[in-house]
Design a protein around this ligand. Structure first.
Ligand code: NAI
Length: 319
């Protein structure tokens, strides 16, 4: 199999001055892409700025014969980052929403500033970049987006309430972009990486960090954003050479007749069934899947008041 190439494509990598972003930038430049190396150059807590972080990576790419341009804006000014791509290279094909910071603190002690800053950089930042790239993607009927979630978002993590909220937001954001973009050949996927970087160096032991190189997140992202990839709207975990897909699982659940017997007690009585994933669990991918359940509910017929559920989820009177 020949290697995946990105010749003639323009890849924007946010937060590309270090960690995962740097690994992405170096890789895509080495495979023929022109890369916008964005980095604000602040601390991992989101303090300060410096053009050095992005410059060092651009220099490294150029020294290796690749094409790259630096951008120093915050992702919250994502339009300026995309503008750099358009002004310098005339197009954008791939957006890697990667920039991120941490403000870890227990929920009890979290300040509004800790909350706002995290939501701003991760959620608003990803939105602003995608929003500015979108018209270009639609016009050229081509685009690839990677958003960056985290295990903290998928599962929760002590001391990371702000970050968890922001990271799970990336999942919903991606799933909707995927649905809206599909017919324009714009595909969006979200990854929950795990890798050694300044973000994780204080929370993981050195031997574990040694087996979690940022470079080992790159192959998954490279597959997902390649022009031949059809993957869209999916969630992946990657780290240390392991790659896996995640999806929502719904227990087969409980279907009770919507009449006077549909009480809290009736649900409690069959609580085990609500929680039972062992048989006939489902893997919903959209709201329509829930509507399907309502259809089942309709088959149960009207309740004793002559009401039944219609497909819009409203209670309708059967005449
Ligand atoms: P990192 O701290 O090494 O790199 C993040 C980069 O983003 C830094 O160079 C920083 O200057 C830049 N940045 C921060 N705020 C910015 C802003 N407003 N505008 C532009 N650039 C900004 O961290 P790492 O580990 O490489 O993280 C990359 C992404 O992966 C982040 O979104 C992070 O939340 C996520 N992630 C990382 C994990 C890990 O194990 N390293 C685990 C889960 C998620």
């Amino acid at each position: 199999m020949s290697e995946l190439r990105y010749d003639g494509q323009v890849v924007v990598v946010t937060g590309a001055g270090g960690g995962l972003g740097k690994a992405y930038a170096l890789f895509f430049a080495s495979r023929g892409a022109s890369v916008v190396v964005n980095d604000l150059g602040g601390s991992f807590k989101g303090e300060g700025t410096s053009s050095k972080a992005a410059d060092v990576v651009v220099d490294e790419i150029k020294a290796a014969g690749g094409k790259a341009v630096a951008n120093y804006n915050s992702v919250t000014d994502g339009d300026k980052i995309i503008e750099t791509a358009i002004k310098t290279y005339g197009r954008i094909d791939v957006l890697l929403n990667n920039a991120g910071i941490l403000r870890d603190i227990s929920f009890k002690n979290m300040s509004d500033k800790d909350w706002d800053l995290i939501i701003d950089v991760h959620v608003k930042g990803s939105y602003k970049c995608a929003k500015a790239a979108w018209p270009h993607f639609r016009k050229q009927k081509y685009g690839r987006v990677i958003n960056t979630a985290s295990a903290a978002g998928l599962f929760g993590s002590f001391g990371q309430c702000n970050y968890s909220a922001a990271k799970l937001a990336m999942v919903g954001f991606t799933e909707t972009l995927a649905k809206e973009g599909a017919k324009y050949n714009i595909y969006a996927n979200v990854i929950a990486p795990i890798a050694a970087s300044r973000m994780t160096e204080t929370v993981m032991p050195p031997d574990v960090l040694a087996s979690l190189k940022p470079d080992w997140i790159v192959p998954l992202v490279a597959c997902l954003v390649h022009k031949d990839s059809k993957e869209n709207g999916s969630i992946f975990e990657a780290g240390g050479g392991h790659v896996a897909k995640l999806r929502w699982e719904r227990s087969n659940g409980l279907l009770l007749k919507a009449d006077d017997t549909y009480t809290p007690g009736a649900i409690l009585k069959k609580w085990d069934k609500v929680n039972d994933f062992s048989k006939d669990a489902q893997y919903p991918t959209g709201v329509a899947d829930f509507m399907g359940l309502l259809e089942e509910s309709m088959k149960m017929g009207p309740n004793d008041k002559g009401e039944t559920l219609d497909f819009k989820g409203k209670v309708a009177l059967v005449t």
